[in-house]
Ligand binder design. Structure first.
Ligand SMILES: *Cc1c(COP(=O)(O)O)cnc(C)c1O
Length: 378
């Protein structure tokens, strides 16, 4: 018998108390009982998003919310800038192209960031840009982007909106939608919110809503006007995954109980311990601005990252993520998202160290553990 552990940046492990909630018999979604739950869930999501705006719930994975963002706030032929520093930024660009937008990719080296000053210059040089799409945390490289500063820049441009993919970061690292001037913020259920995959969430500022009025991109299932009308009655336009919403109720309650800022600092501590432990072991981080949601580690020359991921899973039941696209085989990524504790952090570090040793790379595992322990338990 092998114990399975998830250290992937989605899906993440789901707390037992949420699993038990979701195991209850299915409730009909057009009932007062369910609507009462939806009302509380909606308020909880506003807290997690740090917004006064509605947060819409959609039955889809995170990418569905990305598609919702593009199709609702832009129009055909609109020019948008997209921060392409990894797989998920590129996905925004791909979705935009599919719907006939003109994409101005901001190509940055994977693992590097994009400065707010450069954004300001870009917007001045391209007065026809209608929006900037960026992840808050680029999961493929474990890099955080300075969305707060982007918000300050964009607020000076009346016709530009800031669209932020918070799928791997919302509920894990600081993000204040309203205060930072984010116009569209979205996430999915299977990362920091500690739920199974299947729900996505999206919220729009007033500035973004005004853009939806003129949007000429075809959409049906993802038409936010339908969701807006329904949510006024704590309802949905289509059958929502009922069990997931019931689980979500427990998740938002947990966010309230622990406090969003406390949860952020727990992630920060886990990430810090992982980074320091890994560096002490003699390995290097990929990102110049590492995210507290996920840590991407460069693998030593001669180590096949795909094989490392496979060994961890088959030998020890431990799931971690490898590199995607151009980073395939070159990195390993450890998630700090959601339902984790100090001992999980140590487990992850030790597992990587042991597997590397078995593959012939000698690292200073003991030093790494010592360093991580110091950060976790002091
Ligand atoms: C996981 C993730 C997504 C969405 O992926 P889905 O598989 O569609 O849920 C989008 N953006 C980022 C940054 C992610 O980490």
């Amino acid at each position: 018998m092998k114990k399975k552990r998830l250290f992937t940046p989605g899906p993440t492990s789901v707390p037992e108390e949420i699993l038990l909630e979701m195991a209850k018999p299915i409730m009909h979604h057009r009932t007062d009982e369910f609507r009462a739950i939806v009302k509380e869930v909606s308020n909880g999501l506003k807290y997690i998003f740090q917004t006064e705006n509605n947060v819409f719930i959609i039955g889809s994975s995170g990418t569905g919310a990305m598609e919702t963002a593009i199709t609702n706030v832009f129009s055909k032929g609109n020019k948008i800038a997209v921060v392409c520093g990894g797989k998920f930024g590129e996905r925004f660009a791909e979705i935009g192209s599919v719907y006939g937008l003109e994409i101005l990719p901001v190509e940055i080296e994977w693992g590097k960031t994009f400065k707010a000053e450069e954004l300001e210059k870009l917007l001045q040089e391209n007065p026809d840009i209608k929006g900037l799409c960026t992840p808050l945390c680029e999961t493929s490289t474990g890099t955080t982007f300075d969305v707060e500063s982007y918000g300050k820049v964009i607020s000076k441009f009346q016709d530009v909106i800031l669209v932020v993919d918070g799928v791997s970061s919302l509920g894990a690292i600081p993000c204040y939608m309203d205060r930072w001037g984010i116009d569209v913020l979205l996430t999915g259920s299977q990362k920091a919110l500690m739920l199974p995959p299947g729900l996505s969430f999206i919220s729009l500022s007033k500035k973004a809503w005004e853009k939806t009025e003129n949007s000429d991109i075809p959409k049906y299932y993802f038409d936010l006007k339908k969701y807006k009308k329904a949510i006024e009655k704590d309802d949905f336009p289509f059958t929502i995954p009922v069990s997931l919403v019931i689980g979500l109720k427990r998740s938002v309650d947990m966010f309230r109980e622990y406090g969003l800022e406390n949860i952020w600092s727990l992630h920060s501590k886990r990430a810090e311990a992982t980074r320091k432990g890994i560096e002490e072991m003699g390995l290097e981080l990929l990102s110049e601005k590492p995210s507290d949601a996920v840590t991407a580690i460069k693998l030593p020359e001669g180590i096949d990252g795909e094989k490392l991921v496979k060994n961890l899973r088959t030998q020890y039941g431990i799931s971690m993520a490898g590199g995607q696209d151009k980073l395939k085989g070159k990195i390993i990524r450890i998630s700090h998202l959601g339902y984790m504790d100090e001992f999980d952090v140590l487990t992850a570090i030790i597992a990587v160290g042991i597997c590397l040793e078995q593959m012939g790379y000698k690292c200073n595992l003991e030093d790494g553990i010592k360093e991580a322990k110091k950060i976790l338990f002091s």
